[in-house]
Each structure stands twice: as structure tokens, then as C-alpha cells.
Design a protein around this ligand. Sequence first.
Ligand SMILES: *Cc1c(COP(=O)(O)O)cnc(C)c1O
Length: 215
Amino acid sequence: MSAIKKALSQLLVELPEKVTLVAVSKTKPATAIVEAYSYGQRDFGENKVQELVEKWETLPKDINWHMIGHLQRNKVKYIAPFVHLIHGIDSLRLLEEVNRQGAKIGRKIAVLLQVHIAEEETKFGLDTSELETIFSLLHTLNHVEVKGLMGMATFTSNQDQIRSEFNHLKKLFDSFQSSFSPPPILSMGMSGAYQIALEEGSTLIRIGSSLFGSR
Ligand SMILES: *Cc1c(COP(=O)(O)O)cnc(C)c1O
């Protein structure tokens, strides 16, 4: 059995029903995506706009493309027509630009708000007061659909710390539950700590290296 097939089937048996697996294919060739696709995988994640657009152009059109990386406002227009879910909305200005591009093409674009849960300053994300501001303005943004939250834990081997950061995000997710378009999505967990994320209530995990090998 191929490495991808083995890794994918092992992940899928661990996955609770209703949890989505996004296969993070950044830096990996189209052949790796086609292989996972042939086993039924349909959700793929990329973190660079140009790479995402190139892969979307050449690969099967029923793939759900997730933009999981930091997104610059001037690049939203390139992915607006096809992106399935933008995970990294980390400012009101970015959300407004997504809304503007959605309006231009008559599409309601699904997004997640990225929350800063890590200790590291380097990671992107909103704090609670910024989240509240966004929710208070959501009724003015008719071409975005906020489906939930996304977060990245600190890069550490301290499992307790990772768990408490995921737990914090889950509590925020629950407290804003009524503001999300159904079904609500909580995107947390990567190869290193997806089991903890699942235990803490993740509904979507983003798995790269455990599936496609190290980058
Ligand atoms: C690269 C990346 C992942 C996948 O990371 P792995 O450790 O390879 O599973 C998940 N989420 C984001 C935002 C990423 O940039």
C-alpha cells in the first residue's frame, strides 16, 4: 500500500463522524493530490494564493479548496471565484475585502475568523474584542458567511499548553455559536496535535506532513 493511502485510511478511522479532514497539500505536487483524490479525499488546503490558483486550474473541479494561510487583501480577488473556505480572516479590513470581492461576482464566500490563541506573537489572529466588533458589523456584510473560528496553538512539545489553548478556542467558539452560519466549524489541529484538538472539540483538522510526508 502506498504511504499516502496508508496514512489517509489510518486518519479516517480515527476521525469522529462530522469532523472534516483537510489534506494540507502546500508545496506538494499535483500527483500527490490526485492520489489522495483517487481514494475519495475532496478537501485540500493551501497557504499561498499563487500555488492555490495554479492547482485549482489544473485539478478536478469538485475539489473543495481551503485557503489556510495568511491572506493579503490585494490577493483576495484571485481566489474569490472558487475558494471553498478561507480560514485566516485576521482583520475586519480583510473581511471587508472578501465581502467586496464576493459582491462583485455575486458569490457569498465562506470564511472562518482566525483567533490568536498561541503564546507566540508571530502568529496571526484576532482577540476577543476584535471578534465582538466584527460580529456587531456582520449584518452589513452580505457576501460573506462566517462559519466559525480557526486557531493555531503554540509550537511546543508541552501538551498541556496546547490543550489549554485549544480549550480556550473551543470556549470562544461556543460563546459565539449563535453568530455563525450553520453548520458551525471549529478549525483546529495539525499533524502534531490533532488528537488533542479532537478531544477539545475540533470539527475540522488540517493535516499535512502526517499525510504527505515532511516538507
Ligand atoms: C502547514 C499548515 C498545516 C499543516 O501542518 P502539518 O504540521 O504539516 O500537519 C495546518 N494549518 C496551517 C495553517 C498550516 O499552515
